[in-house]
Ligand binder design. Structure first.
Ligand code: SF4
Ligand code: SF4
Length: 473
C-alpha cells in the first residue's frame, strides 16, 4: 500500500507506513530547533500544517518552544473564532447495538444495561425539555442496529425534532452521529436536512481497530474509514471526525486524524467541519484503566493546541466527558464548540432517569446545567453562541470555508452569536446570567468591525427584546 491522500482506499489515505515514518521523523527532530522554528513560522501564516510538521510540534520537548506553540494556538483561536463558543447538546435516541466495541457499554454482549429506544412521543418530550433549557443545536446519537434503529427511524426522528416549536424554542440544526452506512442512507440523511454527519474513527490503527471491534459490522475497518467519503459523495458536505484518545498511542491517532483531514481536503476540496477529541471514560461495564494508552491532561492540552494550529478552519469539540477545569484550559487552546447540560443516557432530559435504569454511554464529568455553563463562559470572557446561521443560509462545506478564509467571521459569527445569546437571555436565562449577558452584549457589539452590520445587529437585538426571534447574517 502506498500513501496517497487522494485515494479512495482507506489504507492508502490513512497509510500505516506513512504514519510510522512521520512518527520516526518527529522523534528524530523533536529537539531540532531550526526545524521547529521553521514550522512555527509557517503555522503563523494561519494556513495550517501537514501531518508531518504537526507531529514534530506535538513531540517537541523544548519548553520555550512549547510555550510558543500554546501562544500560537491561542492566537489562531482568537483570529478565527474570536471569543465565541458554540453550544450544543447530545440526544441519545437508542442504545440498541449489534456491535462489540470493547470500550462502549452499549456493546451487544452487555446483557444487564437497560436497552431503550425512544418513541416519537418520547423524542418530542426530550426536545421540548432541551428547548426549555435553551438549546438550538443537537447532536443525535444511536447505536447500530438495523432492526431496532433502521435509517427510517433516524429520519423520522429528525423530522420530529425539526417539527417541534415549543414557546419560542426551536431546534435549528440536527447533527447526526450514527454508524457508518451506505451511500443511499447518507442521501436520505442529506434530504432530511441534517447539519454535520459525525462519525468517530475511534482508532486509525487498523490492527487495534479490528481488535477493539471484534464483532458486528463495525469490525470492517475500510468500510468505517471510508464512510466520510460516501457521506460526501452523497452530498453531505459537513462531516465531523474524531478519535477516542486512550485506545491507541496518541501520536499515531494524531497523525491519523490529520491525514484524514488532508484526504478530505485533497479529494473533496474541503476538510472536516469539526474534529472531536473525546477520551475514554468510565461507564457501566467499561473500566478506562483497562486501556493502557490513556493520556494525561498536559498531553491532551498539547494535542488540542497542535490540532488547532494544523487545521485552523476546523471547529474543535470537547464534551462533558471532561471536567470544568480541563474544559477551561482547552477553550484557550482552540476548542470552539462545547456541550452543556448534557445527558449521555437514552432519555433523561424530560425526566431524570432512576439510577438502576441508567443507560449512560459514559460518565459525565461536567454536570452543570446549561445556564451555569453559559454564565461560566461569560465570566471567562467568552460569548456562548447558539448560532446555526450558516447551515440555514446554505453556507456549508466549501461555502462555509470561503466565509472563514475571506476573514468575514467577525462580521458574521460575532453578530449572530450576540443575537442568539440575546434570545437565550430573554427566554431561558436565570436573572444573574441575564444581567451578565446583557452587559456583555453591549460591550461586544462594539467589536463588530463593519458599522452597517453593527447597526443592524443592534436593531435586531432591540427587536428580540421586543419579542421577535430568529435573525441572522
Ligand atoms: S460505540 Fe457505537 S457502535 Fe460501538 S457499541 Fe457503542 S453504540 Fe455500538
Ligand atoms: S455564522 Fe456560521 S460559522 Fe459563524 S457561528 Fe454561525 S453557523 Fe457557525
Amino acid at each position: 500500500m502506498k500513501y496517497d491522500p487522494k485515494s479512495s482506499n482507506a489504507e492508502e489515505f490513512i497509510n500505516d507506513e506513512e504514519i510510522r515514518e512521520s512518527l520516526e521523523y518527529a522523534a528524530k527532530n523533536k529537539n531540532n530547533i531550526d526545524l521547529i522554528d521553521s514550522i512555527l513560522e509557517k503555522a503563523r501564516i494561519g494556513k495550517g500544517l501537514t501531518h508531518r510538521e504537526a507531529i514534530v510540534l506535538l513531540d517537541c520537548e523544548i519548553e520555550e518552544k512549547n510555550q510558543e506553540i500554546y501562544r500560537l494556538a491561542n492566537k489562531i483561536k482568537q483570529d478565527y473564532y474570536g471569543n465565541r463558543i458554540v453550544m450544543f447538546a447530545p440526544l441519545y435516541l437508542s442504545n440498541y447495538c449489534v456491535n462489540g466495541c470493547l470500550y462502549c457499554p452499549y456493546h451487544l454482549k452487555n446483557k444487564h444495561i437497560p436497552r431503550i429506544k425512544l418513541t416519537q412521543e418520547q423524542i418530542r418530550n426530550e426536545v421540548i425539555a432541551l428547548q426549555d433549557m435553551g438549546h438550538k443545536r443537537l447532536a443525535i446519537e444511536a447505536g447500530e442496529d438495523p432492526v431496532n434503529n433502521p435509517i427510517d427511524y433516524i429520519i423520522e426522528s429528525i423530522k420530529t425534532i425539526y417539527s417541534i416549536k415549543h414557546k419560542n424554542g426551536a431546534i435549528r440544526r440536527v447533527n447526526v452521529n450514527i454508524a457508518a452506512t451506505t451511500h443511499e442512507n447518507y442521501k436520505k440523511l442529506k434530504d432530511a436536512e441534517i447539519g454535520t454527519y459525525i462519525l468517530f474513527q475511534e482508532t486509525y490503527n487498523k490492527e487495534s481497530y479490528e481488535r477493539l471491534h471484534p464483532t458486528g459490522p463495525k469490525h470492517n475497518y475500510s468500510y468505517h474509514t471510508e464512510a466520510m467519503d460516501r457521506a460526501m459523495e452523497a452530498g453531505i458536505d459537513d462531516v465531523g471526525c474524531g478519535v477516542l484518545f486512550g485506545l491507541e498511542l496518541y501520536r499515531y491517532e494524531f497523525v491519523g486524524i490529520l491525514m484524514h483531514a488532508e484526504h478530505l481536503e485533497a479529494k473533496f476540496g474541503v476538510g472536516p467541519h469539526t474534529i472531536s477529541v473525546p477520551r475514554v471514560r468510565r461507564a457501566d461495564d467499561i473500566d478506562p484503566d483497562e486501556f493502557d494508552n490513556g493520556i494525561d491532561d498536559e498531553t491532551f492540552a498539547k494535542i488540542v493546541a497542535c490540532i488547532r494550529i494544523a487545521v485552523p478552519y476546523t471547529g474543535m469539540i470537547v464534551s462533558t466527558r471532561e471536567s470544568q477545569k480541563c474544559r477551561e484550559r482547552l477553550l484557550h487552546l482552540g476548542v470552539s464548540q462545547i456541550s452543556g447540560g448534557s445527558k449521555t443516557s437514552v432519555g433523561g432530559y424530560a425526566e431524570p432517569v432512576p439510577e438502576d435504569e441508567d443507560s449512560a454511554q459514559f460518565d459525565v464529568s461536567d454536570r452543570r446545567t446549561l445556564d451555569e455553563v453559559v454564565k461560566w463562559l461569560m465570566e471567562l470572557g467568552y460569548i456562548p453562541s447558539f448560532c446555526t446561521a450558516c447551515y440555514r443560509e446554505g453556507r456549508t462545506g466549501d461555502r462555509f470555508m470561503a466565509l472563514c478564509k475571506a476573514g468575514q467571521i467577525q462580521n458574521c459569527c460575532h453578530p449572530n452569536a450576540l443575537m442568539t445569546l440575546k434570545e437565550y437571555l430573554e427566554d431561558y436565562a436565570s436573572p444573574e446570567t441575564r444581567a451578565i449577558g446583557e452587559k456583555l452584549i453591549i460591550d461586544e457589539l462594539e467589536n463588530i468591525p463593519k458599522e452597517k452590520v453593527r447597526e443592524i445587529a443592534r436593531q435586531h437585538i432591540m427587536d428580540i427584546h421586543g419579542g421577535k426571534r430568529d435573525f441572522r447574517f
